[in-house]
Design a protein around this ligand. Structure first.
Ligand SMILES: Nc1nc2c(ncn2[C@@H]2O[C@H](COP(=O)(O)OP(=O)(O)OP(=O)(O)O)[C@@H](O)[C@H]2O)c(=O)[nH]1
Ligand SMILES: [Mg+2]
Ligand SMILES: [Zn+2]
Length: 336
């Protein structure tokens, strides 16, 4: 076939593209080979990525790859000249844990986890509403979940134990494991160690419950890593601002990963339909489908089996209340 001659405009375009490609190649000559990496944390528009030998690199992200978070698995290339790197590919996530953020955006908390640990504490107190919100997320992501109650060193009387037991009995009856511990005194930490050693877990919960302190107790040499992290990311060390992944020390031959997440004042799951929320409240199950109206919202309708169950003390009023609060919140977000 005869070669078609390019017109002047086309020739200019081809030359321009050729010169762009050459500039790109010369700018990227110093990139190393593609390799696997694990995102340890994100800061600004950058990531701290760990290679398979445990070395950390400050990486930028190739355009259009989107945001990434602790736990993400990536392909990246070292930038030999700068001892840094560039992330070129995000591997498909098994799942991502996120929460509603500013203006309808979502804020990612962690990726590729297989266990959700909800942390509560004697101080600032155990809030069932908060526990319920995280339980909904666990249901939405189909993640196994358990509860850690930290700072039990602050309990001074049987009466105090009694009050805590009363809050937690609902969750115990739902067969959710509860671990009362103290990061400060290392009390009852071994069971938790065992559980975390075989999983990629994330600690979630209100600010100040001691998520970061628990991780320091679980992995005493983490102080070193925290210093290293704050040096390379120039972030402060105290209140956690971005999720960070840590490797735990070996326990019975296993090494678990734990992601520390920043506490939020009011956590919300991503909005869902009434039916999905009902399913997430596993203790509602025996009463579902028994209301007079099959689209019952369990608020003002007569002959509501859920309300009846609360009245008969077969269902916790706190759980019913947190359900209604979430439903209201979801309605508001979907109406906007
Ligand atoms: N008495 C007591 N205090 C604790 C314990 N664990 C943590 N603290 C204290 O609780 C405070 C908050 O601890 P952090 O570990 O920073 O809490 P956090 O959950 O990581 O908080 P955010 O990063 O803001 O979400 C610190 O002053 C800790 O010293 C504990 O087991 N007992
Ligand atoms: Mg913290
Ligand atoms: Zn009803």
């Amino acid at each position: 076939m005869p070669k078609r001659k390019l017109n002047k405009q086309q020739t200019t375009q081809v030359n321009k593209r050729r010169s762009q490609n050459l500039t790109y190649a010369s700018n990227h000559q110093h990139l190393g080979e593609s390799q696997d990496g694990l995102v340890i944390t994100n800061f600004g528009k950058k990531l701290l990525v760990e290679d398979k030998n445990g070395n950390l690199y400050n990486c930028s992200i190739r355009q259009h790859l989107g945001k990434m978070v602790a736990g993400d698995e990536v392909i990246w290339q070292t930038d030999i000249e700068k001892n840094a790197g560039i992330v070129t590919f995000l591997k498909p996530r098994r799942q991502e844990l996120s929460r509603p953020g500013f203006r309808g955006q979502t804020r990612m908390i962690a990726a590729n986890i297989d266990l959700l640990a909800i942390v509560g504490a004697i101080e600032p107190g155990i809030h069932p509403d908060m526990l319920d919100r995280y339980l909904v997320v666990a249901y939405q992501l189909k993640l196994p979940v358990f509860i850690v109650i930290n700072k039990i060193d602050l309990i001074t009387s049987d009466k105090q134990w009694q009050a805590i037991a009363e809050i937690l009995v609902t969750y115990d009856e739902m067969d959710i494991d509860i671990y009362p511990v103290s990061a400060q005194t290392n009390q009852s930490m071994d069971k938790l160690r065992g559980l975390l050693s075989t999983n990629n877990s994330v600690f979630v919960g209100q600010s100040g419950v001691g998520k970061s302190s628990l991780i320091k107790t679980l992995a005493p040499d983490i102080e070193i890593k925290t210093n290293q992290l704050s040096k390379s990311t120039r972030l402060g060390k105290h209140t956690t601002t971005n999720s960070i992944l840590y490797h735990l020390p070996e326990f019975n031959g296993n090494i678990g990963n734990i992601i520390d997440s920043p506490g939020v004042r009011q956590f919300s799951p991503i909005a869902c339909e009434l039916q999905e929320l009902e399913q997430a409240y596993q203790d509602f199950e025996p009463f579902l489908g028994k209301c007079k109206f099959n689209n019952c919202t369990h608020t003002i309708e007569p002959k509501c089996a859920i309300k009846q169950a609360v009245e008969d003390n077969k269902l916790s009023y706190d759980r019913y209340h947190s359900f209604q609060r979430l439903m209201d919140e979801f309605k508001k977000t979907t109406n906007h």
